[in-house]
Each structure stands twice: as structure tokens, then as C-alpha cells.
Design a protein around this ligand. Structure first.
Ligand code: 2AM
Length: 185
């Protein structure tokens, strides 16, 4: 099964971001927009994993949240990977002033590594993916619109993390929640 661990956002923020995405959609760049229900902040992508490893993953998640209290973040800033000059993945940024998300991602990586999973070699950049480029068509217009758009979508509290299953299909990925761990430090 294909798995990842993420944090979710309140509906009000997803609505605000969705409204802005609809505006960007009118620009006509050749991108695949992420569906509303597919929006989250990935903390760790595990990829294809045997179901026999689910207990190890759940344990690592439990250890990760142990002693961690809920914390505030804000959804703000628009950008692209690798950058706005060569955009492939368009995102909205997550401001993490207490570095709570960074800490969760680091702790997860370390507990999962002890359980035999490959650690990350990239710097953690908290974001929510909005769209992925399908071709080069129109990709110069979207960055221009990004730089003009209001880019603050509100604050929220991270109070749990989720283990998700991703099932790929031609119509896009379908995500199912498998397990939730509350931050209750
Ligand atoms: P992204 O938003 O940065 O693209 C489910 O696929 C989630 O796992 C996505 O939100 C995606 O993050 C993340 N992810 C991280 N690395 C990935 C990879 N190598 N392949 C697919 N998804 C990945």
C-alpha cells in the first residue's frame, strides 16, 4: 500500500485557497489542480509499504506526538518547486513560527528510520500543493498571477497528524485516512 503522513487544514482555509485557485484556473495554464479533498501538508511520504509494517508505522507516529502540544500555523505565500522561473509544482506555503511542523517531521523521520524506513535527504518545506504542471503551456502566466495575488489564507491549529493511504488511478489519487494521532502534550 502507498502511504504518507500529513496534517490537515480546516475547511474554512481550504475554501479560501479554493476560491483563489478558481481565479488562477481562469488563466488557462496546463496544470492539474489538486482537488479540495486532496489538500494537506505532507510530513512524510512513505511510498509503497507492506501492510505488515502498519504497526511499526503507528508506533512511530505515537512516539512522534508524545509530549507535543497543539500549535498554530498560518497558510501564506505562493510559490513553486523548483522555483517560479521553472515551475513544476505550485504551492501555498505554511508559516510555522514555533517550528512545530518541522519538529513533527524531524521526529517522524527519526522514529521511522529506527523502524527501518529510509530517512529524508531533503530539507522539510511545509507546503500544500495546489497544482502540478502537465506541460510548458501557459506556465509563464501563473507565476505572474501568483506574485500579484493576496497570499494570506488564515491561521489554524495543528492538533493531530494522520496516516493516509493513496490509491492512484487515471482520474487522480484517492486518499483514505487510516489512523489519526492527537497532539496532547
Ligand atoms: P506534495 O504535495 O509535495 O506533492 C501524497 O502523494 C502526498 O505525498 C503528496 O501531498 C506529496 O507531496 C507527498 N509526496 C512527497 N514525496 C512524494 C513522492 N516522491 N511521490 C509522491 N508523493 C510524494
Amino acid at each position: 500500500m502507498r502511504l504518507f503522513i500529513c496534517s490537515e487544514l480546516p475547511e474554512s482555509i481550504l475554501q479560501a485557497v479554493g476560491k483563489q485557485m478558481a481565479e488562477f484556473g481562469r488563466i488557462g495554464a496546463d496544470v492539474r489542480w489538486v482537488r479540495h479533498e486532496g489538500m494537506h501538508i505532507t510530513l512524510k511520504f512513505l511510498g509503497e509499504v507492506e501492510s505488515s509494517r502498519l504497526d511499526d508505522i503507528r508506533n512511530a507516529i505515537h512516539k512522534t506526538v508524545e509530549g507535543i502540544s497543539p500549535f498554530r500555523c498560518a497558510v501564506q505565500g505562493l510559490g513553486a518547486f523548483p522555483n517560479l522561473k521553472r515551475p513544476r509544482v505550485y504551492w501555498v506555503g505554511i508559516d510555522d513560527p514555533s517550528e512545530g511542523l518541522k519538529s513533527l517531521a524531524t521526529r517522524l523521520d527519526s522514529h521511522l528510520e529506527k523502524a527501518g524506513f529510509q530517512p529524508e535527504d531533503r530539507v522539510f518545506h511545509p507546503h500544500m500543493t495546489l497544482a502540478r504542471a502537465r506541460s510548458d503551456r501557459g506556465q509563464e502566466k501563473l507565476p505572474a498571477a501568483f506574485s500579484k495575488a493576496p497570499a494570506h489564507f488564515g491561521e489554524f491549529v495543528v492538533d493531530s497528524i494522520l496516516l493516509m493511504q493513496s490509491e492512484l488511478s487515471p482520474g487522480g489519487a484517492c486518499y483514505t485516512q487510516l489512523f489519526r494521532a492527537a497532539l496532547c502534550g
